[in-house]
Design a binder for this molecule. Structure first.
Ligand SMILES: [Zn+2]
Length: 128
């Protein structure tokens, strides 16, 4: 995964320092994820809930990057965990979709080959 150059520029800007301070103050300097789970851990990283890389334009990128509501203060462990979850989630969705497609194909083929032609009937007349 290569990070966008523009993203780096956004994070080097003065505005980002400002946003980080707002987020840090809002969270009282504590990891917001740990806090929600009942742990007290110093927060060090600002995590973007909606990934800045997902923006389609420079303007949209700035809106995502500099919006304190789109940020969560996290400790390093939680930041790593959160990103892993995001990645595994998308990977799982892709895998699932692929399996569904394969199943549908198999079902279609099976129906084609077993649906017609088997006209064997058992009709036995044993009148007693
Ligand atoms: Zn944490």
């Amino acid at each position: 995964m290569s990070r966008d150059k523009r993203y780096q520029q956004l994070l080097n800007a003065k505005e980002w320092q400002h946003v980080k301070r707002i987020v840090w103050q809002r969270a009282n300097g504590l990891c917001e994820r740990c806090k929600s789970e009942g742990h007290i851990t110093p927060g060090v990283d600002c995590h973007h809930i909606v990934p800045v890389e997902s923006a389609k334009s420079q303007q949209e990128m700035e809106q995502l990057a500099y919006n304190p509501d789109n940020c969560r203060l996290l400790c390093i462990a939680c930041h790593v965990k959160t990103h892993k979850e995001m990645n595994s989630h998308t990977a799982e969705t892709v895998k699932e979709r692929r399996i569904t497609r394969q199943n549908r194909w198999e079902q279609y083929m099976r129906q084609r080959f077993t649906g017609n032609g088997s006209g064997h009937r058992e009709s036995d007349d044993t009148g007693g």
